[in-house]
Design a protein around this ligand. Structure first.
Ligand SMILES: C[S@@+](CC[C@H](N)C(=O)[O-])C[C@H]1O[C@@H](n2cnc3c(N)ncnc32)[C@H](O)[C@@H]1O
Length: 540
């Protein structure tokens, strides 16, 4: 591997990074270079082709930033077991690090995102108003559809917030182990702040004060650790029970972006971390790691971005399914291990949802046999068709030659699999309705005439201007940019959810007779929303 000097970038921050890498004996393939890209920060690229299986990056153990980098004068041996690693690293970077050390690390830390980047993209830093139901009123003039002029909707999807649960339709009522992603993250962040404040009493007041510079610096460092750390266990140490306690920051290696089809992978041994290529790499390509097989909700909440497309994407829709089940259904599902965790992805609904769909349509014995793979529902459909033909024959005889009308479309007359599909369509229609409501609401808020309402929902208002990064018009412009970025991220995610449910509904319609009109109407509606969102993304 070559030394870092071969990375040539026309950007002072990146040039300083190269000096930092060199000074810390961090080496890499001579083909690598760093580039900035709109919407994804810095990434690692190759100028030349690289064969599969090549080691392209090495960060020696001595260059890692871990709890071993923190002096005992800041955190004693006794204190360390009492604080999560994430919180300790954030505390040290916020008020433990000397000016001299911060200056030494600057060649690397200057490449980190800005606070505005995190604030715009990570919902954990957004105001509570983005998590609760939004009501807006429109005069008929601003109402493009000309329909109802009151809108209520959610900016953030329930898969992140769980806020669409009413007590009777609650994910938590139905599935006690379910904690929405954002709730878990908010609890973790506030737990870390509280823990740090307790263990470092000299900083407790400012850490707990959202307006203080220390609090804001802590959030910034916490976000950096959250989005840039790698799993690492020091040589000779046992892996901790909680993988979050095995953290290392790897200078330079933290600039690889994520992909669901990563071209590189990481490994480590006692000498440090390595990145190697998994496949042959073409010149001028970005080198990509996998942060895990994560759906967009997790990528968004933990890392502040969503991929489009993302083959690991899915949405959990427990809130929709559970709201349609009786307590006794939930008990049956709980007893069989099928309560909750119902997901939809680009291939349709998951097996767990399929299982719930048959509950009540099969007899209890049939349903349990179906779970065990001992009953093929198609056999039931065949038996149903045979019965229908037999009955029709009997009716013909009974009616002395007059064929009985076959127009009875009551649910009881439907084939078992048709009943199941109709049930699934109803669930998907509910996901679609919620997504459409939210997209329409966000489209209204993106209109300049709704600027004040948009700011009330997406802005911390007074608190943003207290960040000490500008005044007057400058702050106003910056905050508006942040709020609009937040709104657009919500719109993008709802659109992805809508596309997923739309695709699944179309597939179900295609397996049922006479659903062409419904399918075309749904596609038309979808296309109109897609176009309106596209316009906002382009010009708004
Ligand atoms: C470990 S850093 C990677 C380097 C990062 N681009 C930077 O400039 O610091 C992780 C962050 O990179 C960004 N990122 C990673 N993969 C991305 C992707 N596929 N699309 C958009 N942003 C991505 C996200 O902001 C994420 O929090």
């Amino acid at each position: 591997m070559a030394s870092s000097t071969s990375l040539s970038i026309p950007d002072e921050t990146l040039t300083n990074l190269i000096s930092y890498l060199k000074a810390h004996k961090i080496t890499h393939s001579p083909a690598l270079c760093f580039r900035r890209m709109p919407g994804r920060g810095i990434g690692v690229f190759t100028k030349d082709s690289i064969p599969a299986g090549t080691r392209i990056f090495h960060v020696p153990t001595a260059a890692l930033f871990t709890t071993s980098s923190i002096p005992f004068s800041f955190a004693s041996k006794d204190l360390r077991p009492k604080i999560p690693v994430h919180a300790l690293l954030a505390a040290y970077l916020t008020f433990g690090i000397t000016q001299e050390r911060a200056k030494q690390m600057h060649g690397w830390t200057a490449t980190w995102p800005t606070w505005d980047d995190f604030s715009a993209s990570m919902p954990v830093f957004w105001p509570p108003s983005t998590r609760t139901e939004i009501f807006i009123e429109c005069s008929p003039a601003t109402e493009s559809a000309g329909a109802a002029n009151q809108h209520h909707f959610f900016a953030l999807p329930p898969t992140l917030t769980g806020t669409q649960d009413s007590p009777s339709d609650s994910m938590s009522t139905g599935n006690p182990s379910y904690v929405p992603l954002l709730d878990a993250q908010l609890a973790k962040l506030s737990g870390h702040i509280e823990n740090t404040a307790t263990l470092f009493p000299g900083h407790s007041t400012s850490l707990r004060d959202p307006q203080s510079a220390i609090h804001k610096a802590y959030l910034y460092n916490w976000a950096n650790i959250n989005t840039r750390c790698f799993y690492h266990v020091a040589a000779g140490k046992r892996p901790p029970r909680d993988s979050n306690e095995a953290m290392a920051l790897c200078p330079g290696m933290d600039l690889f972006n994520h992909s669901d089809s990563a071209t590189c992978h990481t490994s480590y041994d006692r000498k440090g971390f390595y990145v190697s290529t998994r496949v042959d790499i073409a010149p001028d390509s970005e080198l990509l790691l996998s942060y895990g097989a994560h759906g967009n909700d997790l990528l968004w909440s933990e890392y502040g971005f969503a991929m489009d497309p993302n083959r690991d994407d899915h949405v959990q829709f427990d809130h929709v399914v559970l709201a349609t089940l009786s307590q006794s259904d939930k008990k049956v599902l709980s007893d069989t291990g099928y309560l909750g965790n119902y997901t939809l992805n680009s291939s349709g609904i998951c097996w767990r949802t399929e299982v719930v769909s048959w509950l009540g349509i099969l007899t209890s014995t049939q349903w349990h046999r179906f779970l065990q793979g001992k009953l093929d529902p198609q056999a039931l459909d065949r038996a149903f068709s045979d019965n229908v033909h037999r009955d029709a024959g009997k009716r013909r005889k009974g009616n002395q030659g007059h064929v009985a009308s076959d127009k009875n479309n009551s649910v009881d007359e439907l084939m078992p699999s048709t009943k199941v599909k109709k049930r699934q369509i109803a669930w998907l229609a509910e996901i679609t309705r919620r997504a459409e409501d939210s997209i329409n609401g966000l489209l209204i808020l993106s209109d300049p005439s709704f600027h004040d309402q948009m700011m009330r929902i997406f802005s911390e208002q007074q608190s943003t201007s207290a960040h000490g990064r500008g005044t007057g018009a400058n702050v106003q412009k910056r905050t508006t940019t942040i709020e609009l970025a937040r709104l657009r991220l919500c719109m993008t995610r709802w659109m992805q959810i809508l596309e997923m449910s739309h695709k699944a509904v179309l597939h179900l319609y295609s397996t049922l007779p006479g659903q062409d009109v419904e399918a075309s109407a749904a596609s038309l509606k979808m296309e109109l929303l897609r176009q309106r969102c596209h316009e906002v993304m382009q010009h708004g």
